[in-house]
Design a binder for this molecule. Sequence first.
Ligand code: SF4
Length: 734
Amino acid sequence: MSKIIASAAIRGAHKIVERAEKKYEEALKKWGPNQEVGFPNTAYYLPVIYAMLGIPVQKISEMKPVLDRCRILLPPLVKEKVALPYLAPALDAGMATFFAEEIIESIRYLEAPNFYTKQEDPLPENIWLGAADDVIFRKRGVEFVDGTAPGFAAIVGAAPSPEVAKKIAIELQEKNLYIFMAAENEGKRFSQQLVEAGVQIGWPTRLVSFGPDITAAVFAMGFACRVAMAFGGIKPGDFRKILIYNKDRTFAFVMPLGFVTDEWYANAAGAINWGFPVIADTPIPQVLPTGICTYEHVVSNIPHDQIVQKAVEVRGLKVTVAKVPIPVAYGPAFEGERIRGEDIYLECGGGRTTAVELVTTKDMGEVEDGKIEVIGPDIKDVKAPAKLPLAILAEVAGRQMQEDFEPILERQIHHLINYAQGIMHIGQRDIAWVRVGKAAVEKGFTLRHLGDILHAKFHQDFGAIFDKVQVKIFTEDEKVKNVLEKAREAYHRRDARIEGMTDETEETFYSCTLCQSFAPTHVCIITPERTGLCGAYNWLDGKASFEINPTGPNQPVPKSEVIDPMLGQWKGVNDFVFKASRQKLEKYNAYSIMTDPMTSCGCFECIAAVLPMCNGIMTVNRDFPGMTPCGMKFTTLAGSVGGGSVTPGFVGHSKHYICSKKFIMAVGGIKRLVWMPKMLKEEIMDRLQKLSKEIGIPNFPEMIADETIGTTEGEILPFLTEKNHPALTMPSLF
Ligand code: SF4
């Protein structure tokens, strides 16, 4: 610990303990040893002393042993030339400070019974609330346990102005925190500033003006101790458990605003015992190594517009957003809703415009939680029926966040947006498709709300893996293209991580049942060589997703006995599919298009179909709008084959799977591919060329027909014959 901080904290503790001793002597003289003392209407006596020492102080005489303990705890003042380890003595000094402050404050109740108001709300003539009685404590303390209040900010001092105070308070309230206020800075107090700024303070608004002096900060610590004893069931005197309970369960921190006096340092050192870090606006020395607190102990010189974010980060507070703040109804019931023709106000993606989604990790300092930006025209700027390009970029940061988690968050965008009434979302990655209905726009829905949805739901569902998220929504062509480029690099990076792994080397595959909300019998089995149909989940993503959410849609599936290595059928997979498809499917084959192929949901990136005349197969990607040689466009194919059904001759798959060695291996693999759209061929060209060399036909990409050659079997057959396509000489598919 910093020598400067430790010296000041120990000096401050000495001053406060001396003040308590003086008060005690005066009180003893005035009222005698048997005079009752304590905070009003509580069964927890002086709660910090009771919690830490197990001593129920009820009479003046019972303060003496506590003061003796203070003297034992108080380390000698730090001498200039002596270098000592400072952390432990400073923490002891902090503990002695709180014992002494409870004695000072309890004697204040004797000396001035009306110093603190007895109300839950402050009175205009007296805003100081003092210690919470048990009625208030029960009502408010339970919120610290049921999650409605994650913790508190103990603010000492004052902001530079009432406006800044109001802004800080609102930001803290938005995080559902209580704000406990004490002490003054240059004659100003945070609670008085709030009143001046027209803010309603009191327990009901979670803005608790404990008292005007620094000693009132002890009421915050007493509150935390009572929560641990009352709701955590920890016995008084079991100080270790009480401190750990608070470190792990009460997300509290100290926020000194203004010049940090010795007494403030002493209180801050005390709070660190509870695992409550200090986030200051002045340039006091920092204590950055972790140890007692979850992360840093003291972080300083933080600008006022960043101080709440910083505090949330340093304390490791998980933000919870109780309600998705959008003007339309929200919930799974709206997931399957379709927005058609006349009802469309705005459409993005789906082949009409570019639409792309990307979740990317940033440094903590680069992300402002909850910041939503719409860059380009929003709904109010366009007239129905409108079309806009769209890029949704969610930037996340967190101490637990890993790059591996990005695709898992990204894949949630589909159903999270779909939950909004009047908004339709299909696809993912760079084949997203969003429709905003006229009814939603009438209710006030704008593109900004897409960001609000992601902010709220990411926190609600995935708060354990990240701390902050900001969302940028681009609707200008150039900017969308920039995001698209970055997104494609990220998709390639993610897909490349899986290269080299094979289905034979892994004993466990992963399931995905995320699409069961609209395709109830659909089950993706994700293997190292076969990504999920949507392309958004590979085997590593399935594994990471299971780690994040062990009861979620991605479960480990042990392969168990191999039933047919060519078809890609395993006993363990069959058993899983039987259960997960609600007994609708007894088996399926991972590498087949003809015999019991995998189910297809509705958000596959591509769909493959058999072309009987060519003795081969074609595949078409979602973003190709034209006709294909099987006589159907992608949309018609998706309509007839999707929904969780098994349709021999057709199978949904990802783009990445096309260049896998296991691609329809049961019928001869990639050599069967006779037609695909030009855009798709170009997109996968690098991997296609590599695979072509591996199968000994380096010019294979040139043998595959596309729409420039023809869109019927009759049109492409002469081309295939001329190119000597291998499919023509392979065993008949039927
Ligand atoms: S297509 Fe498959 S992998 Fe993708 S979200 Fe749906 S079930 Fe999961």
